[in-house]
Design a protein around this ligand. Structure first.
Ligand SMILES: Nc1ncnc2c1ncn2[C@@H]1O[C@H](COP(=O)(O)OP(=O)(O)OP(=O)(O)O)[C@@H](O)[C@H]1O
Ligand SMILES: [Mg+2]
Length: 499
């Protein structure tokens, strides 16, 4: 079989960073070829080169045997290379169909937009994908999983020969991942070559044929998935043997920290009551869209509540905005880092100190620079943030490293209660184990963690107790002894409805 795409001796340098060094890989049609590696290993940079976003410092790209010199993304798309980037690029105020055809709009003979045709073709694609979405829906009202389906519809509409997916499953729940894999299989049958990036290694055996490991910008090896174990892949990623990275601790429940009663927001969630104690990691499980994020946003004062009461250490409080929640020492790691988590134009120090500033102002409102630097340094080290230094601007960090900075800033903020919404999304195995260790340390020092995770093994691996939500309600609570995949899936799925 001839490779459809070859990258040869590709290197890419940014000021102060060698993102890729002399990488050569062959990609074949009808195959899923996965790139794995730790945060900052160079995966996204490589696919940005393949798709014409970046120009390599040196090296060549051969597509169907011919050397290509892409200097803009449009050229790659025209050649049949489509990309779903790590950060979704959906225009929220446009419809599904407008997003699918954005920049390639279909026009009538008279030059006017042919909306009817675009809607029709989009609907055909959505139906073919068997997703329940309307072409005319506004994208901004859809959740992350549905927005991703728009990206896939777009790729199908482009009739791409190569489809690149950068961490497509990081925002999806198990159930939605199955739906995505169904799409991947359909693309494979059409002999499309898929370049896939993921931190979830168990996905490899499900859909991938080949895997290439990158470490510090260099290619370690390309292997057939059937010939290697997950353990072998992990050790070649991190360059050493890895133990059990959850390292689950048994914690003892302390005093009541947060209690909510009858929280309700019309049409989103209702009758939400639960208590979280000091010294525990309380997991929130469920399918994406079950309302977990919305509940936490409301508790944090970031979204409206129609009814219900919130108690902190037994005292009723009104948290009408995040500033008040932060003043009560509540921290919130948001699921969508682009939207609410970070100041992308600012550096690591500024981002780390952000929620703590009110507590660390010196006289006359001047910021305590020494403290700022110490915190940034501490959490960069603890979470292994890969960046030239602490003054690196956030947007130049790799996706996973941006997420680490979010985690660091809330750990630095001296929170008592930390709400983590899919906190390890896009974080590599090594940093994950560091992060779980920090979570354990946090609750063992008397803190409370509420963690939303759609990743079943993660909930099972770290939570002391789990609340499961389904369609805006709590469908069950699971104690430490009962936490297993079957129980959680049973409570989360709509099909197992007992009421
Ligand atoms: N535009 C840029 N300017 C400066 N440095 C950059 C830029 N883009 C990427 N880098 C750096 O290049 C290196 C590789 O980043 P890349 O985004 O390719 O990593 P990745 O393997 O995709 O990581 P992740 O798993 O976290 O997404 C990182 O050190 C990153 O900070
Ligand atoms: Mg990346």
């Amino acid at each position: 079989m001839e490779p459809i795409l070859q990258v040869k001796n590709i290197s890419k340098e940014f000021p102060g960073v060698k993102a890729l060094t002399d990488v050569s890989i062959d990609f074949y049609p009808g195959e899923v070829h996965t790139l794995v590696g730790e945060n900052g290993a160079g995966k996204s940079t490589l696919i940005k080169i393949i798709s014409g976003v970046y120009i390599p410092t040196s090296g060549q790209i051969f597509y169907e045997g011919k050397e290509m010199h892409f200097t803009a993304p449009g050229q790659a798309i025209d050649a049949g290379i489509a990309v779903i980037h790590q950060e979704l690029s959906i225009a929220k105020d446009l419809t599904v169909a407008q997003n699918v055809w954005l920049g390639r709009e279909k026009r009538k003979k008279n030059g006017l937009l042919d909306s009817a045709r675009m809607n029709k073709e989009t609907q055909d694609i959505l139906d073919f994908m068997k997703v329940k979405l309307k072409a005319t829906e506004i994208a901004g009202y859809l959740n992350a999983a549905q927005q991703q389906m728009i990206e896939i519809a777009k790729v199908i509409s482009q009739n791409a020969k190569i489809v690149v997916m950068d961490e497509p499953t990081s925002s999806l729940s198990e159930h939605e991942i199955d739906a995505l894999f169904e799409q991947v299989r359909i693309l494979k049958e059409k002999n499309v070559s898929i370049i896939y990036i993921t931190h979830r290694l168990k996905e490899l055996t499900e859909i991938c044929e080949r895997v290439t490991v990158l470490r510090d910008g260099c290619k370690v090896d390309t292997m057939m998935v059937a010939d290697v174990t997950e353990k072998q892949i992990v050790s070649s990623m991190v360059g050493r043997e890895m133990g059990d990275y959850y390292n689950k601790h048994k914690h003892t429940q302390g005093k009541e920290m947060l209690r909510v009663e009858g929280l309700c927001r019309k049409g989103v969630f209702e009758n939400i009551s639960f208590t979280a104690y000091a010294g525990e990691i309380l997991g929130f499980s469920g399918l994406v869209g079950a309302g977990r994020t919305e509940v936490m946003e409301a508790i944090f004062g970031a979204a409206r509540l129609d009814a219900g009461k919130i108690y902190l250490e037994g005292q009723e409080v009104q948290l009408s905005n995040p500033r008040e929640a932060i003043a009560h020492n509540i921290g919130f790691v948001t699921e969508d880092r682009r939207r609410t988590g970070l100041l992308l134009e600012k550096n690591i120090v500024e981002n780390t100190s952000l929620p703590s500033l009110p507590a660390h102002k010196k006289a006359l409102g001047f910021v305590n620079r020494a403290w700022e630097k110490e915190m940034a340094n501490l959490y960069m080290e603890k979470l292994r943030v890969k960046a030239p230094n602490m003054y690196t601007i956030l947007k130049t960090l790799s996706g996973g490293n941006q997420q680490k900075v979010i985690l660091g800033k809330w750990l630095a903020a001296d929170s008592n209660i930390l709400i983590l919404d899919e906190p390890t999304r896009g974080i590599d195995v090594n940093a994950r184990s560091e992060f779980y260790a920090l979570m354990n340390e946090f609750v063992e020092n008397g803190g409370t963690i509420i963690m939303i995770s759609s990743e079943m093994p993660e909930i099972i691996g770290v939570a002391d107790r789990v609340i499961v939500m389904r369609e805006g309600r709590i469908s069950g609570e699971v104690t430490a002894e009962e936490i297993n995949e079957q129980t959680l899936i049973g409570l989360a799925s709509i099909t197992s409805d007992a009421s």
